[in-house]
Design a protein around this ligand. Structure first.
Ligand SMILES: [Zn+2]
Length: 362
């Protein structure tokens, strides 16, 4: 009797010990892998303005590596024309290199889809490709998005980054100038609401050399967003740019929008080293940014806005530009902005888009 009791006692002790060890290994492994991943990238371009870039597999293996968990991936919808009449043998690679125009280049979506489909499943899982090759002034833009989705089911999670007002770019695009009041945009967002496609929109708050505190492109943007409450929309770079600086009461503008339920479907993207430059312009701007993010931690996303980097350091560089901000907002908020919010939004979009494809693609 006593022996049997002792045997059972040892058995259950061994079992508990085994379970304890197994569980702690699991917890340690999870903690270690979480330690390594700094962020998910909500804003990443794999090709540049002349449609050159890096291969998707190289991006996953060498640039994301074990530091970036997941990432959006999109090209650039605009191709810089090399006009021999304008720059001769000097082939432009950036829109500021020449006066020749930019034009919409739709093939970028097919290029990304082909690359994505050639990847093994575990690498695909880490990526959220976005449709980008449409002309935002064309009523047929929504049809392009639908065509890409139905031609490559199982690939795309969203659309963008597409631009309405962007310093030095919008005026260079051949054809109509983009406008926030264009019904073509309404067709695009209606289709996003129908399918669950998440969207990233670039819209500067103003022109490069503005009149004080009367931003040209805020009111139209707000009305556009309010017209589409069922579309999940990310505002790239908070409407800032290389020389598009924050207006004086920018913090108040954001706080009003964040507090207003009419913008509950709008999220704010901190990507681009130029955005970091403005937010961490001085102690006051940084403290104000940290205070607002701390108050609405579910509404902000980190991204790099890098274009086809050849080294991982370039990817981590943008993250570290915000080190002072991460310290101010604390670990929990940093986790939301860098990882948690991405997972929530993009997992949800993926699920909805896959369901739409299942119902609509034969
Ligand atoms: Zn971008």
């Amino acid at each position: 009797m006593k022996n049997k009791f002792m045997l059972n006692f040892f058995r259950s002790t061994y079992l508990s010990l085994f379970l304890f060890l197994a569980l702690s290994t699991l917890v340690i492994t999870k903690a270690q892998s979480n330690d390594k991943i700094l962020f998910h990238d909500s804003h990443f371009h794999i090709t540049n303005y002349i449609q050159e870039g890096i291969e998707l597999e190289f991006y996953v293996d060498s640039i994301m590596g074990d530091k970036v968990g997941r990432s959006t991936v999109f090209g650039l919808p605009l191709q810089q024309q090399w006009s021999y009449r304008v720059t001769g043998e000097a082939a432009p690679t950036y829109y500021l290199d020449t006066d020749a125009p930019l034009y919409y280049y739709s093939f970028c979506d097919a290029w990304i889809a082909a690359q994505y489909l050639s990847l093994p499943k575990e690498k695909q899982e880490r990526l959220d490709p976005m449709i980008i090759g449409f002309n935002v002034t064309d009523m047929y833009a929504a049809d392009h998005i639908k065509r890409v989705l139905t031609t490559f089911p199982g690939v795309f999670t969203g659309i963008g980054e597409f631009s309405i007002h962007k310093e030095f770019v919008s005026a260079k695009i051949s054809g109509d100038v983009a406008s926030l009041t264009d019904p073509a945009l309404d067709r695009i967002f209606d289709f996003c609401a129908e399918t669950g496609l998440i969207s990233i929109i670039h819209n500067d708050i103003d022109n490069p050399f503005p009149k004080p505190n009367k931003p040209n492109y805020v009111k139209g943007f707000q009305e556009l967003i309010k017209r589409h409450p069922d579309a999940i929309i990310i505002w790239a770079h908070l409407g800032l740019g290389r020389i598009i600086k924050p207006i004086e009461d920018m913090g108040t503008l954001f706080e009003e929008m964040l507090a207003d339920p009419a913008y509950n479907h709008l999220y704010f993207d901190l990507s681009w080293d130029e955005t970091a430059k403005w937010l961490d312009y001085n102690d006051k701007s940084l403290e104000n940014t940290a205070r607002i993010i701390g108050k609405y931690p579910d509404r902000f996303l980190f991204g790099t806005d890098n274009v086809a980097p050849d080294k991982q350091e370039k990817q981590l560089y943008v993250y570290h530009l915000y080190d002072r901000l991460w310290k101010l907002v604390g670990e929990e908020v940093t986790y939301k902005v860098c990882i948690g919010n991405y997972e929530k939004l993009f997992n949800d979009a993926r699920k909805k888009v896959r369901a739409w494809e299942k119902a609509n693609v034969k």
